[in-house]
Design a protein around this ligand. Structure first.
Ligand code: HXC
Length: 266
């Protein structure tokens, strides 16, 4: 995709801003409910970004009014459990959490249900002061199904996670900040600029080191990972492996030569 090119789709706007990709949820009439077509487009975009070395960071944003009010209830309401199991669309959320490059959610207004799960699947979260977070699924007869119970339990601990998923209680942006659910809160008019600015800052880092850093942190949080020493060992191995990269040589040489490094992603 050429620089700054905008591809307008029905439900997802895909833009490239230098080395940063911006995905904007675009279903205002349904408060950005995450429909199958929207999540298919997101999956397709992520697949392309993964293969495209020019893209180093992905930002997922909604509008000022709403990040996303959840998965699309009208698509799910008549389904049986067998139909839901056979439906591949939930794997689109996994594509976000498994994406190897850094991801940032830019959240303003409602981030509810699958919308909050989408934000939690990203690595970093920038929220506007108007952001509202909740898992209200219980009030419509279900529970979060795209990682919400698990990620909130890890992020907030048992009591708060249970409070959220049992009552659907809404969390404000400032409460979310104090709980560590979001990285930063900014005035509403700045939430997108802040996320993009941050993405550019990260995209200037050597991408192989960024991928290694992400892999190591996610492994540390993965309960399947054999043990604490094994996670430390993986970190050490990733650290060693970066010494075979041109970017490590460039980064350390630039430091000693007191100049700005030029990273190539090699
Ligand atoms: C489909 C939705 C929707 C959703 C809103 N809309 N949320 N459509 N799926 N999740 C639609 C409404 O039907 C309505 O369409 C339009 O968007 C505007 O919504 P209103 O309700 O009229 O707006 P408002 O009164 O401002 O209330 C905003 C709201 C409310 C509080 C966010 O819309 C709401 O409670 N939405 C549902 C939140 C929710 O339960 N999310 C969890 C979904 S389950 P019309 O055509 O009437 O104008 C889920 C499971 C995830 O996410 C599992 C794994 C992926």
């Amino acid at each position: 995709m050429p620089d700054s090119m905008t591809q307008l789709t029905q439900e997802l706007i895909v833009e490239q801003k230098g080395s940063v990709a911006l995905l904007t949820l675009n279903r205002p009439e349904a408060l950005n409910a995450l429909s199958h077509p929207l999540m298919d487009q997101m999956g397709e975009a992520l697949k392309n970004f993964e293969a495209n070395s020019a893209i180093r960071v992905v930002v997922i944003a909604g509008s000022e009014r709403v990040f996303a009010a959840g998965a699309d209830i009208s698509e799910m309401q008549g389904k049986t459990s067998a139909e839901m199991r056979a439906d591949p669309h939930l794997s689109r959320w996994d594509m976000v959490s498994n994406f190897p490059k850094p991801t940032i959610a830019a959240i303003s207004g409602y981030a509810l249900g699958g919308g909050l799960e989408l934000a939690l699947a990203c690595d970093l979260r920038v929220a506007s002061e108007t952001a509202v977070f909740a898992q209200p699924e219980i009030s419509i007869g279900v529970i979060p199904g795209a990682g919400g119970t698990v990620r909130l339990a890890r992020l907030l601990g048992r009591a708060l996670a249970l409070e959220m998923v049992l009552t659907g209680r809404r969390i404000s942006a400032h409460e979310a900040l104090s709980l560590g659910m979001v990285n930063r809160v900014v005035p509403v008019e700045l939430f997108l600029d802040e996320a993009i600015k941050w993405a550019h800052q990260i995209s200037a880092m050597p991408p192989l080191a960024a991928a290694a850093a992400k892999k190591s942190v996610l492994s540390a949080l993965n309960p399947d990972y054999p043990s604490y020493p094994a996670a430390l060992k993986l970190e050490r191995e990733l650290f060693y492996s970066l010494f075979d990269t041109e970017d490590q040589k460039e980064g350390m040489q630039a430091f000693t030569q007191k100049r700005k490094p030029e990273f190539k992603g090699k």
